[in-house]
Design a protein around this ligand. Structure first.
Ligand SMILES: Nc1ncnc2c1ncn2[C@@H]1O[C@H](COP(=O)(O)OP(=O)(O)OP(=O)(O)O)[C@@H](O)[C@H]1O
Ligand SMILES: [Mg+2]
Length: 359
């Protein structure tokens, strides 16, 4: 790799180490300096095996890539660095040829990733694909159900007028009432498809609206705490949609608290996150909203599926709140994730503000 190519690696979020043909370090990009807490200048020229402890697996991967002249990924690598706790990484080794002023040669490119980070990205990608498929399915299904539903309700209404025995009206009323309930469920399923109307908005205004709505729904039992980073930039987005998304999550938190002990706390926290990948794109800045509740937590058997439509663990729940929240956030190119244990459940909404440039 030429010096120009190396400087291109400076911008990568992935930790990259370049080795020369003798397996000594030639260069480390800033992400790798960060990961290993070393400076590229200080370690240049050092043999790979002296850089880390427990390098047998890594050396085997390097050897394999070199002898087969192909890219090789070790998915389960533990590296000791300077007496620190061992790092759990994956590493892709790629042989690269270069020809430059200093002749031709062979080098090895090592890309390191935290395993947790990789799992998270894979999980998010899976969720994204799944939620797109879900949306499509819901939309078609809702359309299919709405039409006959109109017919059923109309027929029940006609029948209602013709019935002579008053006791029978009860039945037609049930048909109409249930048809109306299904109708409004279908309408909820179809709403996310209105196009977002983006404007400049302040995330804290969104959260304050949600807070006052929830306090109105639950005047007792819930204490809100706020930890807002007031220096956050404005966001471009559809205010109503974001209110709805946050509301659905905060409402779940409130309902979990009320269904648990009947009293608890909801913490609303905002902060800026730098250099993140959301839904396969990289951003310089994203805004994070964390909604933490002290309720009983999401039952483990439900955790994998809470974003799926019609999945509910609550008596009378329609199981659409989180599906809709996810749809709205995805429309803003953001993501939602959560961690849940009894007494401590946090949903995090990440919304991108500024795309990372190419340079
Ligand atoms: N903060 C939370 N604490 C505990 N359980 C939660 C929490 N948030 C969500 N859940 C669980 O996830 C399920 C799905 O939530 P979702 O909002 O999608 O549907 P719902 O609340 O059941 O119905 P809807 O929101 O459509 O009225 C809930 O029924 C509940 O069991
Ligand atoms: Mg809900």
């Amino acid at each position: 790799m030429t010096p120009a190519a190396l400087s291109g690696l400076d911008l990568l979020a992935t930790a990259v180490v370049v080795l020369d043909a003798g397996l000594a370090v030639r260069y480390m990009n800033p992400a790798a300096e960060n990961l290993f807490e070393m400076s590229s200048k200080n370690v240049a020229g050092q043999p790979l095996k002296e850089l880390f402890s427990e390098t047998a697996v890594l050396q085997a991967a390097v050897e394999y890539a070199r002898t087969h002249n192909c890219s090789y990924t070790e998915h389960d690598l533990e590296l000791g660095v300077n007496g620190r706790a061992r790092l759990h990484l994956s590493c892709t080794v790629t042989p690269v040829e270069f020809s430059g002023r200093d002749g031709r040669g062979e080098q090895l490119l090592l890309e390191f990733r935290h395993i947790e980070q990789q799992l998270r990205i894979a999980r998010e990608e899976r969720m994204l694909d799944q939620s797109q498929a879900n949306r499509e399915l819901i939309r078609n299904l809702a359309h299919e159900i709405k039409n006959p539903l109109g017919g059923i309700r109309g027929a029940a209404q006609l029948l209602d007028r013709e019935l002579e025995r008053p006791a029978l009206h009860e039945y037609t009323q049930v048909i109409m009432k249930e048809a109306d309930r299904l109708q409004s469920l279908m309408d909820r399923l179809l709403t996310p498809h209105r196009l977002p109307q983006p404007g400049q908005l302040n995330l804290h205004e969104v959260l304050e609206r949600v807070r006052s709505l929830i306090l109105a729904e639950h005047p007792r039992g819930i204490v809100f705490r706020r930890d807002y980073d007031t220096s956050l930039p404005l966001l471009k987005g559809d205010k109503e949609q974001l209110i709805q998304a946050a509301l659905n999550i905060v409402r779940n938190a409130a309902q979990a608290i009320m269904g648990g002990g009947g009293t608890g706390e909801i913490l609303l926290r905002t902060r800026a996150v730098r250099q993140v990948t959301l839904a396969r794109r990289r951003y310089r800045i994203a805004l994070a909203v964390e909604i933490t509740d002290t309720g009983p937590g999401i039952p483990p058997e439900l955790q994998e599926r809470v974003f799926h439509p019609l999945v509910s663990g609550r008596e009378g729940g329609s199981g659409l709140g989180l599906t809709l929240a996810q749809t709205f956030v995805t429309q803003h190119r953001g993501i939602i994730h959560f961690e849940s244990a009894p007494g401590n459940t946090t949903f995090t909404i990440l919304l991108p503000v500024e795309e990372a440039g190419n340079g």
